[in-house]
Design a protein around this ligand. Structure first.
Ligand code: SF4
Ligand code: SF4
Length: 377
């Protein structure tokens, strides 16, 4: 008997356990494998229900051999990478972490789908999350913006042809992505936003696509863009900052009337400063960094976050030398699916310049931004 765990306690986790123990186990034993039993649901907070265990308890039972692997249902899109990084940080072998296919009841009646129910994450041609910039500059200029948008000296839009080539290239290795976030800077500043959305939908028909905006330009979206977003099923996600407070009800009404689904964060009143000059040596920082799961596509490369691509603005503004342009070269002839997926699970040189953030009240940075506005000294 193979004793394993499933991540989470949602209906997807329950369905995964059920199919694993029944249809999948039956197929597996017919092919000479052992029966499978799901002994635990691993949760991030404190366990509340029978059968749930904490991530810490899982790693203890994994170390003692009581549990031999964990399956993460595909439906944990945005948390998927963070869960993987937390498991790695706690000593779980990457080859013992599996991801599932998209689940539904019809899976259990389709032998082909049952056979492909779980895949080791390094062999799974799937990313749970991808983001890309369509504008590096912004119309809000928050102090401590982790994308350095206030330091972009003049408007910088993503090149559509370059993006198209890169996304096609990515698709050769990764035909499926859980959630794709189009952001910046402020994405609604880009007059070609519709083209980026259309291409993304064409290449990734099953993905959740969201445009992440500070909301200030939502009511200026033209009819063509609104129709296109509806047709392509692209949603809005609003990062809610103080300047939007007075308009937020109007904006919600606007989106409701235009029938564009949206989500919105809580009001952000504090930002974190998390950059240092003196590189540390703690590679575990990467494995606990919440932004290390923000897989970013830029200029033919893929990186665990956007920092290698936006740090050039910081370097230029303050004559500094933070590592830039790191990432996995999608056009490298030696690239394989496994090396691509492995590369996203390793710290970059840029990571050694990030530290735990110091919280500061949210504010707009002035034209005369100084180094101390960005760096913990
Ligand atoms: S709204 Fe977002 S992208 Fe724009 S400056 Fe603020 S944090 Fe940066
Ligand atoms: S550079 Fe590394 S540590 Fe810094 S935010 Fe990105 S992933 Fe996290």
């Amino acid at each position: 008997m193979l004793h394993i765990a499933v991540f989470g306690n949602s209906k997807w986790s329950l369905l995964m356990k059920d199919i694993l123990e029944n249809e999948y186990s039956e197929l597996f034993t017919q092919n000479g494998g052992e029966e499978i039993q799901v002994d635990a649901f691993v949760v991030l907070g404190a366990p509340q229900n029978d059968g749930e265990i904490s991530l810490h308890a899982f790693t203890q039972q994994y170390a003692s051999g009581q549990l031999i692997s964990i399956v993460i249902p595909k439906e944990y899109y945005i948390r998927h990478n963070n869960i993987v990084l937390a498991l790695l940080r706690n000593g779980v072998n990457v080859n013992d972490i599996y991801s599932g296919i998209r689940l539904s009841e019809r899976v259990r009646t389709n032998p082909e789908l049952v056979a492909s129910l779980i895949t080791p994450i390094l062999s799974d041609p799937y990313l749970s999350y991808l983001e890309f910039h369509v504008a590096d500059h912004c119309n809000l200029n928050c102090k401590y913006c982790t994308h350095y948008s206030p330091l972009v000296p003049e408007p910088v839009f993503a090149d559509y042809e370059r993006f198209s080539s890169d996304l096609h290239q990515l698709k050769r290795y990764i035909p499926d992505i859980g959630i794709i976030r189009i952001l910046g800077g402020e994405p609604l500043l880009n007059p070609e936003l519709g083209r980026f959305i259309s291409l993304t939908r064409e290449l990734y028909p099953a993905s959740i696509i969201t445009v992440v905006t500070n909301g200030l330009l939502i009511q200026q979206m033209n009819a063509e863009l609104i129709e296109l977003m509806k047709e392509k099923m692209a949603f809005i996600h609003i990062s809610f900052y103080p300047p939007l407070q007075e308009k937020i009800q109007e904006i919600k009404r606007f989106l409701y009337e235009k029938e564009i689904p949206y989500t919105i964060t809580e009001l952000t009143t504090e930002f974190s400063k998390m950059q240092t000059f003196k590189p540390h040596t703690d590679e575990n920082f990467f494995y606990s960094c919440f932004q290390a799961s923000c897989t970013c596509l830029q200029d033919g490369k893929l990186a665990p976050c956007y920092a290698p691509y936006t740090s050039k603005y910081f370097n230029d503004a303050f004559s500094q030398n933070l590592p830039i342009d790191e990432g996995i070269d999608l056009y490298d002839d030696t690239l394989t699916l496994t090396s691509l997926k492995t590369g996203l699970l390793l710290p970059m040189q840029r990571c050694y310049y990030c530290v735990s953030g110091q919280s500061r009240p949210w504010e707009v940075v002035g034209k005369s931004s100084v180094l101390e506005d960005w760096v913990i000294t």
